[in-house]
Ligand binder design. Structure first.
Ligand SMILES: [Cu+2]
Length: 211
């Protein structure tokens, strides 16, 4: 019967341990998992006197979100999304993003900061970018307070990964620039010319960061 020296056994054991550690590390790297928070603050230049918080949980390619915000135009639909772009800055926009010098920021002007819509935070039904302006399925902020809770939102692998890494941004839209209690004004929305820009301009924004 062959005998294996102690040294050989130790080397073999170390090798097995090292390879199983590699397997554990690889598994952890591919399965997205995280508990995160976004502190929602007024978007630069848009003058919303409000704030909010979103709690986000990622498990694989499913996301749970609970969100509350205040200071929004009351009883008006507020589209809300998770934005992410690989080439974006993974930030909320700054006053310097006001390319047309209008002294307000529209959704497109914020895109270099937060990227395109990747998840529509609708209360029911589809949550893809196709529902970005499905205004009948977003919260209407009674008394200016938005509440939102939805679990098991299916997202793509790259979005799950971006959220887990702290690169995705929550944006709540809808700003009453002239404080007259309604979305109106002569400027058309950059997203849908049939809507006033007030209906879609970004109001509150927060990067989703790991707890
Ligand atoms: Cu958005």
């Amino acid at each position: 019967m062959r005998t294996i020296s102690r040294t050989t056994k130790a080397v073999l054991a170390a090798g097995i341990l090292a390879s199983s550690l590699t397997v554990v590390a690889a598994t952890t790297a591919t399965a997205n998992s995280g508990d995160l928070t976004a502190s929602l603050q007024p978007v630069a230049l848009n003058g919303v006197d409000g704030s909010g918080t979103a709690l986000v949980t990622v498990r694989g390619t499913r996301i749970d979100i609970a969100m509350a915000a205040s200071g929004l135009l009351a009883d008006a639909p507020h589209a809300a999304h998770i934005h992410f772009g690989a080439d974006a800055r993974h930030e909320c926009p700054a006053a310097s993003d006001d390319l047309d010098a209008s002294n307000t920021l529209n959704t497109s002007e914020g895109a270099p900061a937060y990227g395109p819509v990747r998840v529509s935070l609708t209360k029911t039904g589809d949550t893809s970018p196709a529902s970005a302006l499905a205004i009948d399925r977003f919260d209407t902020a009674p008394q200016g307070n938005l509440t939102y809770e939805r679990g098991q939102i299916k997202v793509s692998q790259d979005v799950a990964k971006a959220v887990t890494r702290g690169e995705a941004v929550i944006v709540i839209h809808g700003v009453d620039h002239n404080h007259n209690g309604a979305y109106d004004g002569a400027t058309a929305s950059d997203l849908d010319p049939s809507l006033p820009t007030e209906a879609t301009d970004p109001a509150l924004c927060g990067v989703i960061v790991p707890n």
